[in-house]
Every structure is written in structure tokens, then in C-alpha cells.
Design a protein around this ligand. Structure first.
Ligand SMILES: *Cc1c(COP(=O)(O)O)cnc(C)c1O
Length: 377
């Protein structure tokens, strides 16, 4: 059987990138390594849509989040946290660890934080130093209106700090134009690489705050990364094999073009949603993003058992809900190196398993609706 990965991280990796990972290990301070990092940094700026440097940190995405908090905030400073799920809660965890004074704007799982909620929180808390948001809430499939958040925050002295992990490279995100001061992403989502790298952009506004803030981390001290960046280097030994491989996946994005990439993701996402609805299933996210489709498990059904069957019988690995969402939702990723026919296969396998489990769905209904929606575009 052929294993097929549909989890919202890690995601499938293109063949030319996998081949890079098979090459002999090289020295990370050699001229060639620096040239590769320089190229990767330029391509990352393109993906982030920023003219500011994008720093490469060897860590999972959370390391990038920790860098954002540790560098921009002094203990006790006030922040507004916008949370709509598990990854907003990850921000909360990091912020707590660094002693932030957190004003929380929270919505139930499946809902999105609205710009109005942020406007009210900013109005009530004029001493806010930073607003923490999530572009794609991967635990629920919600996408946030970060562009609108940016307009509100730009009018204040606060920074807008965004977890773009799983969103960046799958849905529209323009770091400079939207006024995102610190944007974080990880390698294992839409950037088509295995886990292991975090990428962080920092605006001029954010640098002013960082330079006026006592540093509270050694490894994640962004000032060190900035200094090394000027020489196309990193302060510590980087996962240079991954950086070399990242170059290949970024070239793929460059070749496709970022607007085309956004359009491809939204077209597949819209078709997938049409397919899911035609199967008689419901979507979980009220404001779905283009990176993944989250499906509500029908009442009375053991969602986890269905996923196990899909994997065991057909090789399709979708993600379960996390924590208290386990068994209640199915998360189907279509970000990165995943095309329309991959998703058609996943819907087809889901239909087969649902039929076998006694759920009333007509074979081919989801697949047909996907094709119709896909063709209509
Ligand atoms: C995957 C993900 C993370 C977690 O990153 P790690 O690489 O596991 O540290 C954080 N935020 C979002 C939105 C994610 O999708």
C-alpha cells in the first residue's frame, strides 16, 4: 500500500527536495553554505512578501514563537492575545512563560476572532505593547483576517505578531503591506520541508521595541541572528542540510509564483468544501482557510476509528482533532505539495470508509462535487 500524508504538518515533500536531503553532509561555515542561506533568505522574503530580513532558526515553529515573545517584551508588559484554538493557546503558553500581562480575546473552537473584537480590546487597553494572532488556526481550520488586524494595530504603538505557521505559503499573507511586525512560520507546513526550521521576519517598528527591551533568551536572541544575517550566516550551527533542501522547495514556489500558489490553494480548498458538503458532512470552521479543510464528525460516529480505517485500508493519513477535539473533527490538509487529484483521492477514500461504516452517502457524490467546483473556476 502507498502511504499518503494529509496531516496539516508535516506535509508531503517534493522529490527534488528529498534528493537534496540524501546528499553528503557539508560544512556549515563554508562559502557555499553561506551562498545557499543567502538564496534561501531572499526566497523567504518573497514568500513573506517583505523587504525585511527573514531569519532562519533551527527549531520547530514554536521556537520562532518563543523568539518573537522573548525579544519584544519585558516581563509584565501588556499584550492582547487573540485565540481561536490550540495554536492561540500555544501563544498563551509562551507568553505566560515570559511573564506577559495577557488580555485575552477568545472565541470558541471553529469560530474566528473578528476585527471588531480586536478594535474593542485595543480601545480598552491603550497601554498594549503587542497583539498576538494566528493566521491559520490549524486546530480548527479557521483563517483570520490578519489584514484587518494589521490596519487596526498600525494606528497604535503596539506590534502585530503573527503565527503564520501552516498559513504562510497556503493563503494570502503580505507581511509588509498588512503591517505584520513579527511573522513566524515553520518548515513542515506549506513550505514543503520536513520539520526542523523556523523562519521569522521582523519589521523596523519591531526592531525599535526589541532594541529597547532587555533580552531574555540566549539561543533565540534575534539580535544575534540579525548580526549573522548581514554575513549570510547564523549564530549557531544551523540544520544546513535542511536549509539546502529548503532552497529546492522555495524554488518550486518561485517558479509557480506566489499569487498562483494562493489561487491554487483557494481553488482546491473551495472544491474540497463543496465535496465535503455534497457528502452530507459539515464544515467545522466558520471562516475556513485554504490550507486545510476541517470536517465535523457526524453525531454518534467514532471519528478516530474512521481515520484509523482510512489509514489501514487505504494508506490515507488525515489528522484527528487535538486534545478535547479528538474524535470530533477530521483535518484534511491540502497545503504545499498536494494537488487536486491527491485531495480527490482522500475524499474518495473517506466516502468508501463512511459507506462501509453505515453512513448514508452515495459513492462518488463528494468526488463529483469536487470536480464540478474545481472545473467551474
Ligand atoms: C504546526 C503549528 C504550530 C506548531 O509548530 P511546531 O513546529 O510544532 O512547534 C504552531 N502554530 C500553528 C498555527 C501550527 O499550525
Amino acid at each position: 500500500m502507498k502511504p499518503r500524508l494529509f496531516t496539516p504538518g508535516p506535509t508531503p515533500v517534493p522529490e527534488e527536495t528529498l534528493l537534496e536531503l540524501a546528499k553528503p553532509v557539508t560544512y556549515h561555515r563554508a562559502a557555499e553554505a553561506k551562498a545557499i542561506l543567502a538564496e534561501v533568505s531572499e526566497d523567504l522574503k518573497y514568500v513573506f512578501q517583505t523587504s525585511q530580513p527573514v531569519f532562519t532558526i533551527t527549531s520547530s515553529g514554536t521556537g520562532g514563537m518563543e523568539a518573537a515573545v522573548a525579544n519584544t517584551l519585558a516581563a509584565g508588559e501588556k499584550v492582547i492575545l487573540l485565540t481561536a484554538g490550540r495554536w492561540g493557546e500555544r501563544w498563551r503558553g509562551v507568553l505566560k512563560a515570559f511573564g506577559a500581562n495577557i488580555v485575552t480575546v477568545e472565541v470558541p473552537y471553529g469560530k474566528a476572532v473578528t476585527p471588531d473584537m480586536l478594535a474593542a480590546a485595543l480601545g480598552a487597553n491603550p497601554d498594549t505593547k503587542a497583539v498576538f494572532a494566528t493566521l491559520s488556526e490549524t486546530s480548527t481550520g479557521v483563517g483570520h483576517d490578519v489584514e484587518a488586524f494589521g490596519k487596526l494595530v498600525a494606528k497604535t504603538d503596539a506590534l502585530l505578531i503573527v503565527d503564520g505557521i501552516s498559513g504562510l505559503g497556503a493563503m494570502e499573507c503580505k507581511v509588509d503591506a498588512w503591517g505584520i511586525d513579527v511573522c513566524v512560520t515553520g518548515s513542515q507546513k506549506a513550505l514543503m520541508l520536513p520539520p526542523g526550521l523556523a523562519f521569522v521576519s521582523v519589521s523596523e517598528k519591531a526592531w525599535k521595541k526589541i532594541d529597547a527591551t532587555p533580552i531574555r533568551s540566549f539561543y533565540f536572541d534575534l539580535r544575534r541572528y540579525k548580526k549573522s544575517y548581514a554575513e549570510s550566516d547564523t549564530p549557531f550551527t544551523p540544520a544546513n542540510t535542511l536549509i539546502r533542501a529548503q532552497r529546492a522547495s522555495l524554488k518550486r514556489i518561485r517558479t509557480e509564483g506566489i499569487e498562483n500558489l494562493w489561487a491554487r490553494h483557494s481553488r482546491i480548498a473551495a472544491a474540497c468544501r463543496a465535496g465535503v458538503k455534497a457528502m452530507g458532512l459539515e464544515l467545522f470552521a466558520e471562516r475556513p482557510n485554504s490550507g486545510l479543510t476541517v470536517i465535523t464528525v457526524p453525531a454518534g460516529m467514532d471519528g478516530s476509528a474512521i481515520l484509523k480505517k482510512m489509514e489501514k485500508q487505504h494508506g490515507f493519513k488525515l489528522a484527528d482533532g487535538q486534545d478535547n477535539m479528538k474524535g470530533k473533527i477530521w483535518r484534511l490538509s491540502h497545503m504545499g505539495y498536494t494537488d487536486a487529484f491527491d485531495v480527490l483521492g482522500a475524499l474518495s477514500a473517506l466516502e468508501l470508509v463512511l459507506i462501509e461504516s453505515g453512513f448514508k452517502v452515495e459513492a462518488g457524490s463528494g468526488v463529483a462535487a469536487f470536480q464540478k467546483a474545481y472545473a467551474a473556476k
